[in-house]
Design a protein around this ligand. Sequence first.
Ligand code: NAP
Length: 466
Amino acid sequence: MTDRYRSFVNSAIGRQIAPRLGLPQPPVLQRHRVGDPVVDGPVLVGAAPGGRLAGAIARTLAAVGAETWTTEAGDLRQTAADAGLAPKIYADGAAGDQRFKALVLDATGIADVDALGELHAFFHPVARRLQGCGRIIVLGTTPELLDGSARIAQRALEGFTRSTGKEIKRGVTSQLVYVAPDAEDRIASTLRFLLSPRSAFVSGQVVRIMPSDRDPELNWSEPLKGKVALVTGASRGIGEAIAQTLARDGAHVVGLDIAPLADELAAVTGRIGGSAITLDVTDDDAGAVLAERLKADHGGVDVVVHNAGITRDKTLGNMKREVWDQVLAVNLRAPEAITRALLDAGTINRDGRIVGVASIAGIAGNFGQTNYATSKAGVIGLVDALAADVAARDITINAVAPGFIETQMTAKVPLGIREAGRRLSSLGQGGLPVDVAETIAWYASPASAGVNGNVVRVCGQSLLGA
Ligand code: NAP
């Protein structure tokens, strides 16, 4: 679906008229294309004293060939040099009109309120020096694993990144990554994702990374090579984009949809060299059928994406029980039952990935969506309930919570609500199915072994549920 307003304000005439009339100017977001570098501009790295991630950050930046700058902190410069980087030194005022594509701060050393001043010290001089579609990334320590002043100060980081996401426009995103002690060597996949245009529509999010002793061989260009991915609701919209993106990353995709959509599904899986299963996920034996088919045809499954979902909106007073049941059955009962069936049958391979598709309605609630919001909040509950259990089998479970994404589902929304859904967010526009798909591809990567139990909103920092 075309966002005509955004196209207009980015046209030659629109660019002149919109600022004069004080109209919002949602930018054209930069998105990843195959062959693009992870980050296509200079990255400025800083560290609060006492941090523990500078080495891991530097190794990732060296691996992606980023032009790296540091502030003048002596230790940081040495750490970067040890990682094979020859960082340029940025001193406020001395680098002319130098601009940055990303600002990255290791804030793990911040252990009390006074040390929060390090946020101001690092970001204030460069806040106006970010390029369009730039990135702000703060890395801290998981507060729940700390006590006392350090816990308070680390929790405070969230207010900073959520605010910079709202304040700095032009497609800039801002994220907080909490890295547990001993998970320093697990940050690469997350840092790459958040630095790159793959995370174009993700902003104001908090990601938690846990330690993992899995040490898969990493293939960054085709991370899912040799893996099998099941995607439900794959015949169109977000599911189609997920199927395409996981196939791009090397997976053999098994697309699933209901029988009436068999032709559309076959067209999608045919284009990506995948296979198709027509099945209603709400069938009582859906889990057993899938366990059997996936084992027989592929020896198991590595990535399971529960994307199939429906809306049947009515205010509660007008909602028939049947409609309530339909939505709960597709959106929540099926993902839970299928996940349990595949786990019980041992169909999900070691290093497997389970991904739920929730919604910001499941976080914020929504008018006319008591059924849908209940089901989507339940998807978040599924992640919470299973994360520890699956981790014991070297499997992860995470969810995405999309905001307004341009699909057939949102095309049916009345115009006024549709426009509000698009504009009431920091990025001022709806996202594309590929934005959800890229987030799922990051979860699915073998390099994301430490990313477990997360719910990341793909919503351009929508004000709904903010
Ligand atoms: P969509 O275009 O309606 O696609 C969903 C697919 O799932 C359809 O092909 C649908 O078939 C299929 N499906 C429905 N019930 C099924 C069942 N019982 N068994 C198997 N397949 C079934 O929706 P979308 O916009 O791409 O959304 C994909 C997911 O993202 C959903 O879980 C949705 O709730 C979530 N989401 C979307 C947005 C958004 O802005 N678009 C925002 C937040 C969350 P039918 O023809 O039967 O519907």
